[in-house]
Write a protein that binds this ligand. Structure first.
Ligand code: NAD
Length: 304
């Protein structure tokens, strides 16, 4: 029976460290780390994320600056705001909530952020630096996965890892971080034809595919560590007849949790695994960016 990796507890540890370091920063240097979150349009899921990010930043003792722009915002208006935030000394982290409305070019917008303030780690400079093993801002979800993996495998060298999913947000940066840690890394995606065989070789499986129940028990090497990044809303008939139809759904990951947890050595649950760590890592990245921009060597979170 696998050990359950408690993402909420790990996230609380990260938040506590951020809170302490932010308080010290204020007391010793008079600097309050500031996070600016930009939301364009009114996608309900994005609204929830943005609210939660702002609240957690404030709880950690940081300043939160929220910018809610109309769906009709033009490219130039958005770039103008980013330029203002780039030069604002009170802002140390800038996050543009994705997805942007279709008429806005996300790559161009993300690359307009000062890479030192790019707390999502999506700017091409950060992507390139992570890819070449240099110090950089690491995307929050893969950073959270690495911090949890590190707690179970202090030495990742020589471990065989499979990453399922190759998005720019999760799969690719995850694979690069595992490679930087000297794992032997395999990357699978929707065109891969032999994922079960690859998975059976892996000491570590990280799945970010967005396919509920994709990873089955007979794919998993006994004792392997399984990190489930997936967040999928599925019908939950067992919840019975409820007035509100959204109450008849539940969130599941990409792993058949009941089956896989009988074979794996350790596994992250959904919810309560990678999700809580993602926002905690955003706070960690904001604090690190603040330290870096202020010339203070107190960056808290080492993954290699
Ligand atoms: P994406 O849709 O951009 O990419 C999905 C990836 O999975 C692609 O590389 C695709 O080739 C691959 N894939 C799709 N179907 C597959 C299959 N049947 N077999 C193998 N590979 C397959 O998604 P994303 O943004 O990388 O997110 C992936 C999942 O992780 C989603 O469920 C998303 O909600 C979740 N997510 C969670 C967090 C978090 O904080 N926990 C953060 C980001 C994303």
């Amino acid at each position: 029976e696998a050990e359950i990796i408690d993402g909420r507890a790990h996230a609380e540890d990260v938040r506590r460290e951020v809170r302490e370091k932010a308080a010290k920063m204020k007391a010793t240097h008079g600097i309050t780390p500031g996070l600016a979150v930009v939301l364009v349009g009114n996608d309900p899921a994005s609204e929830v994320y943005v609210r939660s990010k702002g609240k957690q930043a404030v709880d950690a003792g940081m300043n939160s600056f929220e910018f809610r722009l109309a769906e009709s915002t033009t490219r130039d208006e958005l770039l103008c705001l980013i330029e203002r935030l780039n030069t604002d000394p009170e802002v140390h982290g800038i996050l543009v909530q994705l997805p942007l409305p279709k008429h806005l070019p996300s790559t161009l917008v993300i690359n307009a952020i000062d890479p030192r303030k790019d707390v999502d780690g999506f700017h091409i400079a950060n992507v390139g630096m992570v890819g070449t093993g240099q110090d950089a801002i690491v995307p929050c979800t893969p950073l959270g996965c690495m911090l949890m993996l590190r707690a179970y495998h202090p030495d990742l060298r020589g471990k065989t890892a499979l990453v399922i999913g190759h998005s720019n947000v999760v799969g690719k940066p995850m694979a690069r971080l595992l490679l930087n840690a000297d794992c032997t890394v395999m990357i699978a995606h929707k065109s891969s034809t032999n994922i079960p065989e690859l998975a059976r070789l892996a000491d570590i499986v990280v799945v970010a595919a967005g396919v509920p129940g994709l990873v089955k028990a007979d794919w998993i090497k006994p004792g392997a560590t399984v990190i489930d990044v997936g967040i999928n809303r599925v019908p939950a008939p067992e919840l019975g007849l409820q007035e509100d139809s959204s109450a008849r759904t539940k969130i599941v990951g990409d792993v058949d949790f009941n089956g896989v947890s009988r074979v794996a050595g350790a596994i992250t649950p959904v919810p309560g695994g990678v999700g809580p760590m993602t926002i905690a890592c955003l706070l960690a990245n904001t604090l690190s960016a603040c330290c870096h921009l202020s010339g203070i060597d107190d960056s808290p979170f080492q993954i290699d």
